[in-house]
Ligand binder design. Sequence first.
Ligand code: NAD
Length: 354
Amino acid sequence: MTSLRFDHQTLPQRVRFASSAAAENLRDALTELGAHRFMVIASRGQRAAAEAILAGVPVAHWCAEVVMHVPVEVAQRARDAAADHDVDALISIGGGSATGLAKAVALTSGLPIVAVPTTYAGSEVTPVWGMTEAGRKTTGTDPRVLPKTIVYDATLTQRLPVDLSVTSGLNALAHSVDALWAPAVDPVNAVLAGEAIRALRVGLSAVVHEPTGLEGREHTLYGAYLSAVAFASAGSGLHHKICHVLGGMFNLPHAPTHAVVLPHVLAFNAPNAPAAERRIAAAFDAPNALDGLITLRDALDAPRALRDIGMSADGIAAAADAIVAAAPAGNPTPVTTETISELLHAAWAGKEPR
Ligand code: NAD
């Protein structure tokens, strides 16, 4: 037994989690806010699902310009629309990109957000916003962008194609794994991360087996939520720094990048993070953490190589330098240009992580 000492912050947010109850839970959440003029942020692809759960809610404005990584000009148009329509609350219905746009509006307006997620990205749980300008992504943390309420309804994820479900679920898994060695890891978020990994293992395995089955979807959504709570509390570890650099430099798709990179970061850090290693192995019900992750990745048929998702090998040297500059000081395994270049080469080529 070791002595315990930590400083854990719990973020103020209500979470309503129930399948087939989004409409009812959303109405209750809006009543609780006391707002009356809503701007709904939902892409055209989510419009029908959004209309179904918004039945009877007066919508002052629909904002459908949802773009990954929130370009600043898109954020500005949404902010102008919110002001023009005099809205007093935002409802985001969609994946991390829809939530991200709502956050960009809340950042400058202070408008409250009710988030209805349809992927496993977990952005709805964090006070982290992100925007891109001229190909450069900037992120920041601000309590105003944390949604007041999340309405989780696993039936909304049943239409998410299996490949997107897998990469989105592995993006969630990356939140919990990385939380275990992130700068502000503590015993509370470590417990959440362990349960998150277990739920994602069980849930994602069921989703690929039966994509429209509800229980697999529920477990994956629950695991995604817990992962994001752990991540929001622990902060960004090495894995997120790597994906942030790669995403920004090469405009790679967000969730697949996480899916490819995670096993390499786990192989890199696990030998020097024994407590995290044991927790991850136990959550995977595997002899060791890396075996557990590789077994799940293979069962899910997840992407394995950065070269398959749009990265060219030319950029590895520049990316390695940027990652070394951004890496958290307390990473369990010391980070050098050589070790990160080796990791990136392996992830680029789709080599088995060691
Ligand atoms: P996304 O929101 O772009 O969605 C991916 C695709 O899936 C889109 O084409 C979308 O229309 C479609 N889709 C969404 N839900 C669907 C459903 N239920 N059925 C069918 N299709 C559906 O991608 P994402 O991976 O959810 O989010 C990625 C974005 O979120 C990135 O910009 C990332 O930086 C951000 N993010 C932010 C945080 C944070 O804490 N701030 C955390 C995670 C991700």
